[in-house]
Write a protein that binds this ligand. Structure first.
Ligand code: B12
Ligand code: SF4
Length: 457
């Protein structure tokens, strides 16, 4: 039996535009969900994975699969449905899973044969059995997995050529930020994989650099931090020789032993959601956590830097508290904190979030011709009505923000600083240059968006 697992492309996502920006090669990351599904699939199935972000193949020339499994974030939903229609035409059953189908079940059911909601670990074997017997159900409800059920992902199923490998060590987040789907999907409980499994799986990853996809690798409580330290100690003992990056909360900076162990185990950078340069903004999105103890962000980042850990700072533009000038304010504040790489995204109501419920009830979801408009839910388009900024102003603020932070003098200043302190200067420079080039690509896609959407100027 042949199983084909597909990660659909969203052509608007700059990272997919490798031909137009060669730097994006270094930012193409693996669809770990499909590698995990591969790990859950029994050996009698011949599994192939197609990552359309690398190349969209000519499906007609490929051996006909007995089952197609498609994953999708919201921004990939349109393409997922196109693929489902194509395979439906060939008489091949299609099952869809992942965050979008879980949050928009009714919509997905109209377009695919079966949907797996939630996590697949406890249900995938049943799906395959039903597919083999030709009696698939319409809906399979996956539950939060026990973390010792998470298999070793099949890292061998994707070719080499990715800059980063991927691995997951925890699921769930005890916080519940208004814009984020993680708590709705993976729950508030902070579930941790057995450390031995994680270390063993690291050994299967070919790439030297690895993205740890956890939403918060260190967690928020003392016992979470103790587990993170144990994990780093085990990675050091195993002599993995990997360099890794991960998402964490700012409390990582408060524990010098944690920073030391992280760095020693290969940590080169962390991604932190600051979300807003103002306290009101952080409170608006539910990130009060960042403000605990009157935190000094610059001092926190300095401590991380001392351990040669780069900081990617993530900010949201378009909060109800944001007014004109917010773009420059984000760029300047993040530079003042000492952020190495800035990631600013538009406030976007994603299905399943508190933000979605609020904006929907207030009639503020502007790009709402679904499923077509899902392609714009990449966090790079102003898809909602913003309180103090029109769509055009939103884009101008973004342009100002990215243009200021990634200006040539600031890139040079960061490069010299990183070179001097030996903090992955080339890696950071590649991301800086890629972001600068993507600014131009994003301008072009925004123009296309405003032509098809009646944005208020
Ligand atoms: C790593 C990551 C990325 C990486 C890599 C993405 C990739 N190709 O996999 C990068 C940085 C590229 C990325 C980009 C984006 N991301 Co992202 N990302 C994540 C993150 C942190 C982890 C995803 C992961 O690997 N999880 C591990 C796997 C094992 O879990 P899983 O994907 O949930 O899969 C399980 C189940 O869902 C299910 N399943 C999944 N697919 C399928 C398919 C079938 C057939 C079946 C049966 C089951 C099944 O089975 C799996 C095992 O249980 C998630 C947060 C999260 N916790 O999920 C956000 C998340 C998925 N990202 C999100 C977003 C918004 C984006 C962006 C749009 C914007 C951005 N953040 O820059 C872009 C979109 C890119 C695009 N192509 O359109 C949102 C998506 C919400 C939504 N409704 O779409 C999330 C949930 C974060 C959030 N704050 O809400 N992302
Ligand atoms: S944004 Fe981060 S901290 Fe907030 S709920 Fe999502 S995963 Fe948790």
């Amino acid at each position: 039996m042949r199983l084909s697992l597909i990660n659909p492309v969203n052509r608007l996502v700059a990272l997919a535009k490798v031909k137009k920006n060669r730097w994006n090669r270094y930012r193409r990351w693996k669809p770990l969900s499909l590698l995990v599904l591969g790990g859950l699939t029994p050996p009698e199935w011949e599994v192939t994975i197609v990552d359309e972000n690398v190349k969209v193949p000519d499906y007609a020339t490929m051996p006909r699969p007995d089952l197609v499994g498609i994953t999708a974030f919201t921004s990939q939903a349109n393409r997922a449905y196109e693929l489902a229609a194509e395979f439906h035409g060939l008489g091949v059953p299609v099952v869809m899973g992942g965050i979008h189908a879980s949050m928009c079940l009714e919509e997905a059911l109209q377009r695919v044969d079966s949907v797996v909601t939630g996590e697949a670990e406890g249900i995938w074997a049943q799906v395959l059995e039903d597919a083999r017997n030709g009696n698939m159900k319409r809906v399979y409800a996956g539950e939060h997995a026990n973390m010792d059920e998470v298999p070793l992902a099949r890292h061998d199923l994707l070719p080499s050529g990715y800059a980063l490998g991927a691995i997951q060590t925890t699921r769930g987040c005890p916080l519940s930020c208004s814009f984020c789907t993680v708590t709705a999907f993976n729950g508030r409980g902070y579930r941790q994989r057995p450390i031995d499994d994680v270390v063993q799986e690291f050994g299967l990853i070919r790439e030297r650099r690895v993205l740890i996809v956890d939403d918060n690798l260190i967690g928020t409580r003392d016992e979470h931090i103790a587990r993170a330290k144990d994990l780093f100690r085990a990675m050091i003992r195993a002599g993995l020789r990997k360099e890794w990056v991960a998402q964490v909360t700012i409390n990582m900076a408060d524990d010098d032993e944690l920073l030391m162990l992280a760095s020693k185990s290969g940590c080169k950078g962390v991604f932190i959601g600051f979300e807003s340069p103002t306290a009101e903004g952080m409170i608006e999105v539910g990130k009060k956590f960042n403000l605990h103890g009157g935190r000094d962000f610059k001092a926190s980042i300095d401590r991380m830097h001392r351990h040669k850990i780069l900081v990617v700072g993530s900010f949201i533009l378009g909060l109800d508290t944001d007014r004109r000038g917010i773009g420059k304010q984000i760029a300047d504040t993040s530079s003042r904190y000492g952020v190495d790489i800035l990631n600013t995204l538009f406030l976007t109501p994603l299905p399943g979030t508190h933000l979605w419920k609020d904006m929907e009830s207030q009639g503020r979801i502007a790009a709402n011709s679904f499923p077509e408009d899902w392609q714009f839910y990449t966090l790079l388009f102003p898809v909602a009505c913003y309180k103090h900024l029109s769509s055009d102003e939103m884009f101008r603020e973004m342009d100002e923000c990215v243009g200021t932070f990634f200006s040539v003098p600031r890139i040079l200043r960061r490069f010299v600083g990183n070179l001097w302190r030996m903090r992955s200067p080339i890696f950071a420079l590649a991301i800086d240059l890629s972001s600068r080039k993507n600014l131009a690509l994003n301008r072009k896609t925004y123009r296309e968006f405003s032509l098809t959407h009646d944005v208020e100027k």
